[in-house]
Design a protein around this ligand. Structure first.
Ligand code: NAD
Ligand code: UDP
Length: 310
């Protein structure tokens, strides 16, 4: 039995990871300040003696015992991370510094939840881990993008300087149950809008692309990465099937035939990447991992979850 700290454990990805690692017989410490996380995501674990909740900010230093750390604390929705950009940077950078210091002290392994956003508005397509990216350092998304890039730098420097056992995963757009229907990301927005009979809001012309990964595929990849003894990453974890935002809207409407919603087009947010698709050959080679759940199946499960909540 390991003691595993998950920062951001009450969020969308963190709550799934907590369930999987609890079911595997580990002790979970969930650290969260509930900025975007929700008590309902972890309510089912609160009575489990192997689950402990620490309501606190990852940007504050922490001294506890842990064998492994998954560092996920950070708002992931552009709407939410742009609301308080200075705080987003503090969360990413001070959070990574604090968790790396904790890993060093405990001689624990730490997995950093990085992002496809490190590639910015990519000029290479699909994106390989060797690509350095095309990020605007002074734009409205840079609090998140540059915060995550600096967190990767800190991980690599802890590894080079102190031999801290770091692992870096670059997560591409992920969706599924436990997403907050109101946090503004595209899959949750479209499903919630379709179920509520509200307009489906496509930003820009809808020709921008994303590659959507179902949550269960991601958590499997993250746990495999944590188990690696030599390979530290960074490694892309995403589903390489690419869709335009318009195709996604059409699919959601087709899967909710009772919906009265109509598609409307509104302005494109600044610096919105035009395309995004992971090259996952490294994950296949090193982790023996590839996604198994395709968009329709995953959307079906997510729609069922949202129907139960809205
Ligand atoms: P989420 O917003 O649902 O979860 C983030 C969690 O971190 C929330 O529970 C939030 O309350 C918590 N948090 C935020 N700031 C904190 C702070 N200062 N101290 C303590 N807790 C804090 O987002 P998610 O989709 O679950 O994303 C989890 C991680 O994965 C994030 O680091 C995100 O950048 C990364 N990621 C997610 C995606 C995706 O598509 N979901 C893609 C790339 C990277
Ligand atoms: N988007 C959209 N309508 C919405 C929400 C998002 O058209 O209601 C678009 C957004 O402009 C982007 C894509 O969908 O091109 C994915 O957005 P999201 O916020 O989910 O994540 P991102 O990949 O941009 O971080």
């Amino acid at each position: 039995m390991k003691i595993i700290l998950i920062t951001g454990g009450a969020g969308f990805i963190g709550s799934h990871l907590a369930k999987k690692l609890l079911d595997a017989g580990n002790k979970i410490i969930c650290l969260d300040n509930f900025y975007t996380g929700r008590m309902e995501n972890i309510a089912g674990f609160l009575k489990n003696k192997n689950f402990k909740l620490l309501k606190r900010d990852v940007a504050k230093p922490l001294a506890i015992k842990a064998d492994e750390i998954y560092n996920l604390a950070c708002p992931a929705s552009p709407r939410r991370y742009r609301q308080n950009p200075v705080k987003t940077i503090k969360t990413s950078v001070f959070g990574a510094l604090n968790m790396l210091a904790l890993a060093k002290k405990n001689k624990a392994r730490i997995l950093q939840a990085s992002t496809s956003e490190v590639y910015g508005d990519p000029l290479e397509h699909p994106q390989k881990e060797t690509y350095w990216g095309n990020v605007n350092p002074i734009g409205v998304r840079s609090c998140y993008d540059e915060g995550k890039r600096l967190a990767e730098t800190l991980c690599m420097d802890y590894w080079r300087q102190y031999k801290t056992e770091i692992r870096i995963v670059r997560i591409f757009n992920t969706y599924g149950p436990n997403m907050n229907p109101d946090d503004g990301r595209v899959v949750s927005n479209f499903i919630a809008q379709a179920l509520r009979g509200k307009d489906i809001t496509i930003y820009g012309g809808g020709s921008q692309t994303r590659s959507f990964q179902y949550i269960d595929d991601l958590t499997e990849g993250m746990i495999r990465m944590m188990k690696q003894d030599e390979f530290i990453g960074p490694v892309n974890l995403g589903n390489p099937n690419e869709f335009t935002v318009k195709e996604l809207a059409d699919k959601v409407l087709k899967m909710i035939p009772e919906s009265k919603s109509k598609i409307v087009y509104t302005s494109l947010p600044e610096d919105d990447p035009r395309k995004r698709k992971p090259d996952i050959s490294l994950a296949k080679e090193k982790l023996g991992w590839e996604p198994k759940i395709e968009l329709e199946e995953g959307l079906g499960k997510t729609i069922e979850y949202f129907k139960g909540k809205l």
